[in-house]
Design a protein around this ligand. Structure first.
Ligand SMILES: NC(=O)c1ccc[n+]([C@@H]2O[C@H](COP(=O)([O-])OP(=O)(O)OC[C@H]3O[C@@H](n4cnc5c(N)ncnc54)[C@H](O)[C@@H]3O)[C@@H](O)[C@H]2O)c1
Ligand SMILES: O=P(O)(O)OC[C@@H](O)[C@@H](O)[C@H](O)[C@H](O)CO
Length: 537
């Protein structure tokens, strides 16, 4: 892949327009929180199939026949990212008249907010790409239906058994795979999983749905569908396979073997920074484009999707719209997770402790911006095998610009959530490799220290910070118990492995914790940069 290919997904029409003021509220969107834009007297219209084309002329709308789309993809857990990324690629396939055979149906499992938002607007929604130079907005039409599964599990099972469905994709988050970090085995210790093992016609989890549907397809002599994980995880396809086969094995060994033999689980690398939409942003979209969209998506211009070329029931023609199919995604995934996602974690915790709420503000702080650059440049990047045709230094520079994008003002609380599932995949492997190789790791160590302090639940000024983590209670308890002694937390081997057995690392981490408590986070970062020779007094 050349650097030129890592570019914004091209929109079919439309130009960049001057920037509008953006809201910077850190509050997550909930439908109930949103202002009732429809009542505005300014000629703002609801977004529906019938009103397409009647909004501001700058709003790009689908020009293809939506009613001709064949549902072929079912996506579980439609959040902001699925709507800013995968759906846009499929939309482009339809918009460029490449094929109308790849319509997408969304399925939600946990909250009906998305259904309540999308159903009244014919499953249309707006994606606004924002850069410091301007923005452009596009209505996406490729989602043909959406189901909130608890309303009618039978309908979702029928859909998944429909032979037109050739691919199932997932953004269920890293913890959603229920894989034990030590053994890699599927963790069945959950009331909903137990339910799904017996009540197969009314599942509650994604595993219950997928495995029951595959069983029905097998019995009916139908081909299976490909399962594409789009979660930021190491070898996400393998994770999906381990979870789905692991669940199937608890039901029926023969079925598990059929899935192993017949279903493809390509790993993928997905990238597009997509913050949570704020009520202020929704209001701004309405005012600017005259469109009353219940839940627009704000994102950056950059987008990238690399997938292993392994599809058991037809490959969507995504290569024609910028997706790269490769034999092995490992190097792309390592590049992205260890540079982008690890930096997100580090800057999330350090920035929060320093009192910031969005990453563009962190990057506007010269010391923390220097930290971000040196973390990647000096400590992470030298450990990485470069993917074909990608200049890692150029990639790193592009990340620094993307992080600094004030037009999307990505929320730090979003970057800080689920640390216990992200740090072990994104940041700790670099630390471990640096320790083994005797390479510099002071900046990685400061990031771990910042996470430990963050887990106490307050920032440097005593303001509360959000600990949104499946292991929040345990982590907070151990962090508070340890104080500047990291050993209680490091003892959680499912997260830290044997890092706590390394006395040199324990001493370095202790030192970083003492410094943060005594001198504050910025002084600690400056000291680490000085010690690593990366900041000149
Ligand atoms: N937002 C981004 O910038 C971005 C970019 C690349 C990848 N991703 C990945 O996409 C995934 C979703 O991110 P998002 O930004 O859309 O988040 P989001 O908060 O908007 O949506 C998350 C979705 O996951 C669902 N979910 C949570 N736990 C689940 C579980 N155990 N089983 C099934 N569904 C579950 C939620 O109900 C929700 O629909 C994450 O894994 C994230 O790493 C996000
Ligand atoms: O979504 P998470 O919680 O796994 O991670 C937060 C961010 O690092 C992540 O969503 C990035 O924005 C994304 O990976 C960019 O492509």
């Amino acid at each position: 892949m050349t650097q030129a290919e890592i570019v914004p997904l091209p929109l079919s029409t439309g130009t960049l327009t001057p920037e509008i003021p953006t809201g910077t509220s850190a509050r997550d969107i909930a439908l109930a929180d949103l202002p009732n834009v429809v009542a505005s007297p300014t000629g703002i219209r609801k977004l529906t199939q019938d009103t397409l084309g009647l909004h501001d002329e700058q709003l790009i709308v689908p020009t293809y026949d939506r009613s001709a789309l064949t549902p072929a993809v079912v996506h579980f857990s439609v959040g902001g990212f699925h709507r800013s990324h995968q759906l846009l690629y499929f939309d482009e396939v339809a918009e460029r008249r490449i094929s109308d055979a790849w319509g997408v149906v969304g399925v939600g499992l946990h909250s009906r907010h998305m259904k309540d938002a999308l159903a009244p607007q014919d499953h249309l929604y707006t994606v606004v790409e924002r850069s410091p130079d301007g923005e452009r907005a596009r209505v996406v039409g490729v989602m043909v239906d959406y189901h909130f599964a608890p309303d009618d599990p039978a309908v979702v099972l029928d859909l998944l058994t429909d032979e037109r469905i050739r691919m199932v994709s997932l953004t269920i988050t890293g913890s959603g795979y229920r894989l034990c970090p030590d053994s890699g085995d599927f963790d069945a210790d959950d009331v909903d999983i137990r339910w799904d093992l017996t009540e197969t016609a009314s599942p509650r989890t994604v595993f219950g749905y997928i495995v029951e549907a595959l069983d029905r397809r097998r019995r009916a002599g139908l081909p299976p569908f490909t399962v594409v994980s789009c979660d930021n995880m190491h070898r996400n396809g393998d994770a999906a396979r381990a979870a789905i086969v692991g669940f199937a094995r608890l039901r029926d060994e023969v079925l598990a073997r059929w899935i192993t033999d017949r279903v493809s689980f390509p790993s993928s690398m997905v990238d597009r920074i997509t913050p949570h939409t704020t009520p202020e942003q929704r209001e701004a979209v309405a005012q600017r484009y005259g469109v009353d969209d219940n839940w627009p998506v704000i994102t950056e211009p950059f987008s990238q999707w690399v997938i292993e070329d392994d599809f058991c029931n037809g490959r969507p023609p995504l290569d024609l719209v910028g997706v790269r199919f490769v034999p092995d995604v490992a190097r792309y995934e390592l590049m992205k997770t260890r540079l982008l996602n690890a930096s997100h974690c580090a800057l999330g915790y350090l920035g929060s402790l320093a009192g910031h709420t969005s990453i563009d503000r962190v990057m506007a702080d010269p010391l923390l911006a220097e930290y971000a650059e040196q973390l990647m440049d000096a400590e992470v990047l030298p450990l990485l095998p470069p993917p074909d045709g990608i200049d890692l230094v150029e990639y790193e520079q592009s990340l620094l610009k993307r992080f600094a994008n004030p037009a999307i003002a990505d929320q730090l609380y979003r970057l800080c959530r689920r640390g216990s599932t992200k740090m072990p995949h994104h940041l700790l492997p670099s630390l471990r490799e640096a320790l083994v190789a005797g390479r510099p790791h002071a900046l990685l160590t400061v990031a771990v220290a910042a996470w430990f302090v963050y887990l106490r639940g307050v920032d440097a000024d005593g303001r509360p910070v959000v600990i949104d983590d499946p292991n929040a209670d345990l982590l907070q308890r151990l962090s508070l118990a340890g104080g500047t002694d990291p050993r209680p937390l490091l003892g959680v081997r499912s997260i830290f492995g044997d890092l706590g057995d390394d006395p040199v690392f324990v001493a370095e981490l202790t030192d970083a914790l003492v410094r943060i408590d005594r001198d504050g986070v910025r002084t600690t970062v400056a000291a680490a940069l000085l010690r690593s020779g990366r900041l000149h007094p």
